[in-house]
Design a protein. Sequence first.
Length: 281
Amino acid sequence: MSEKLQKVLARTGLGSRRQAETWIQDGRVSVDGETATLGDRVEGNEEIRLDNKRVPVRPEEDIERRVILYHKNVGEVSSRNDPENRPTVFDHLPRLRGARWVQVGRLDINTSGLMLFTTDGELAHRLMHPSNEFVREYAVRVRGEITEDKREALLKGVELEDGVSSFRSVEDAGGSEEGANHWYKVTLIGGKYREVRRLLESQDLDVSRLIRTRFGDVELPSNLRRGRWMDMPPEQVQQLVSRVELKSKHYTGLYGRARLKHQKGNRGGPPRKPRRGPYRK
């Protein structure tokens, strides 16, 4: 059965389907010696090359799938390379052989919290696709207060420069009545650039701290320190696979409850106990 070329490229683990589409548009992909175009379909026995290097394509059911959770730090860039030589989230991930980490969405440089990475580009694509409606949850500290009028506006929808956006929920998460800062827990579906910050700024609220605490049913473990990663347990990986209707594959990983040994790439050490308070530094 033929498949779209970008789907096959995503399955190699070199990148997501969106990245594959960019490679094809830029003329970097060839099939049997001919420059590929968007919409091309392949049977699986063709010679596919990226930047003139042969891309090995395996059947979907033979690909090993691994998913890890990463606790991003403020100051890290969500890209593989940075022209300004700032630290990137990929600097802290475990090294792979014959595969590549694909990130599920991005967090801006000033946002910390949960990120997902996988060796399966097709899984990453489906997790990011709006049609699957994965809820993102954030803990946000603002200077000021979300009044009932502002809460209603944020839930109803706000016109931003790239369309209407809204929160699914806005909950009070504590803070001194006399203090300038207040914590809230917000959820939304979507992943527009700086969407949470722009929504709150539309109501004249200044965000002083932003942490992603959940993606779908996957929560940021309390014992996963900033700058560390851990493997997602096989049963949780299978839940994600079923949620986006992918075929089952072999699972690889070193999963253990916060298994943060001195592994290469894991900036080791055992997990520390979580500090008091919901979102303390």
